[in-house]
Design a protein around this ligand. Structure first.
Ligand code: NDP
Ligand code: MG
Ligand code: MG
Length: 341
């Protein structure tokens, strides 16, 4: 059985004794920074000059510095800018200001696993990766709970890297839920696979295909939306609470029988073999290279795909329906590409 670390297994005073610079004030950045501060840790926010995030961070009462100055000031530099920008930020502003004894901390292993960032000697390289979106990391902390974390140490120059990782994990609330040991390689490969094959890529395209199938067969798009998207949350909540077993326990016998006989027709052995191909591309670095090459090329493929997917008819149907719900769900503009926060 995997060993799980909780609050009692970590010493909060270790991170409380460090100066922490959080680079980026987006989804994870704002949550880590605010949770650390509420746990008694001295935190500065590091942003590029002219950043759109500066006002938000200052409004929240943080000292904001540019990345070079913050790196020079801090003992622990937490890199929470988007993965594709980390390499450039690191080379330009972080690496020249590192000194032996400092720590680099990540929330995802992408740049270390694929070799885009290589820390010099004498620097601890650790990861504390919350297994949830940044806004949940903050919301759970405020509610007295936490989002589970997984932690890893790539370089333990100080001999104290693990203790600091657990101390940090405690400060952001992760050990209220529990922390598991991993490696940069395991975290990066499983995280990319999970989001590509199941959570994001798999789910988005499963829902779209189901919607298209019903609408092409002549059913009303609004009804199709309810059946393949709206109800998904209710199903996922049950799975989250008690596994697939609780979900099957709660649904009707008709739905449960349909799950057993039709599920494997949709998610067949070919789907699994495609999943294995996706995993191979992650492990070989082919996915990482395609992503980074495109980003270096002005993200043309990425932006074209984003634009195309936003045009899927399920989005218009959903937007119209959500505005009519009795609980007046408010849609923000999710299409302008701005940082999530
Ligand atoms: P975001 O896209 O939310 O980060 C945006 C922030 O980074 C903004 O404050 C932005 O500033 C800033 N930023 C962008 N470019 C630079 C730069 N050149 N220099 C300094 N700051 C910059 O990132 P996420 O929170 O989604 O991801 C951060 C890390 O956390 C990644 O490694 C990701 O894989 C990991 N992670 C993310 C999760 C999530 O919930 N999103 C879950 C678990 C891990 P500006 O306003 O100027 O653009
Ligand atoms: Mg991820
Ligand atoms: Mg139904």
């Amino acid at each position: 059985m995997t060993e799980i670390f909780y609050d009692n297994d970590a010493d909060l005073s270790l991170i409380q004794g460090k100066k922490v610079a959080v680079v980026g004030y987006g989804s994870q950045g704002h949550a880590h920074a605010q949770n650390l501060r509420d746990s008694g840790v001295e935190v500065h926010i590091a942003l590029k000059d002219g950043s759109k995030s500066t006002a938000k961070a200052e409004e929240a009462g943080f000292v904001v510095q540019n990345v070079a100055d913050a790196t020079a000031w801090a003992d622990v530099i937490v890199i929470l800018a988007p993965d594709q920008h980390q390499r450039g930020i690191y080379a330009e502003s972080i690496e020249p200001n590192l000194a032996a004894g400092k720590t680099l901390l990540f929330a995802h292993g992408f740049n270390i696993r694929f070799g885009y960032i290589k820390a010099p000697e004498g620097i601890d390289v650790i990861m504390v990766a919350p297994k949830g979106p940044g806004h949940t990391v903050r919301r759970e902390y405020e509610a007295g709970r936490g989002v589970p974390v997984i932690a890893a140490v790539e370089v333990d120059a100080s001999g104290q890297a693990w203790d600091l990782a657990w101390s940090y994990a405690k400060a952001i609330g992760g050990l209220r839920a529990g922390g598991i040991k991993t490696t940069f390689t395991e975290e990066t490969e499983t995280d990319l696979f999970g989001e590509q094959a199941v959570l994001c890529g798999g789910m988005s395209h499963l829902v779209q295909a189901g919607f298209e199938t019903l609408v092409e067969a002549g059913y009303q798009p609004q009804i199709a939306y309810f059946e393949v998207l709206h109800e998904l949350k209710l199903i996922v909540d049950l799975m989250w609470e008690g596994g697939i077993a609780k979900q099957r326990w709660s649904i009707s016998d008709t739905a449960e029988y349909g799950d057993y006989v039709s599920g494997p027709r949709v998610i067949d052995s070919e789907v699994k073999s495609h999943m294995k191909d996706v995993l191979s591309d992650i492990q070989s670095g082919a996915f990482a290279q395609r992503f980074i090459d495109d980003q270096d090329n002005g993200a043309t493929e990425f932006l074209a795909l984003r634009e195309k997917e936003q045009q899927h008819p399920i989005e218009a149907t959903g937007k119209e329906l959500r505005a009519l719900f009795a609980w007046k769900q408010q849609d923000a503009d999710y299409t302008d590409g701005s940082a999530a926060r």
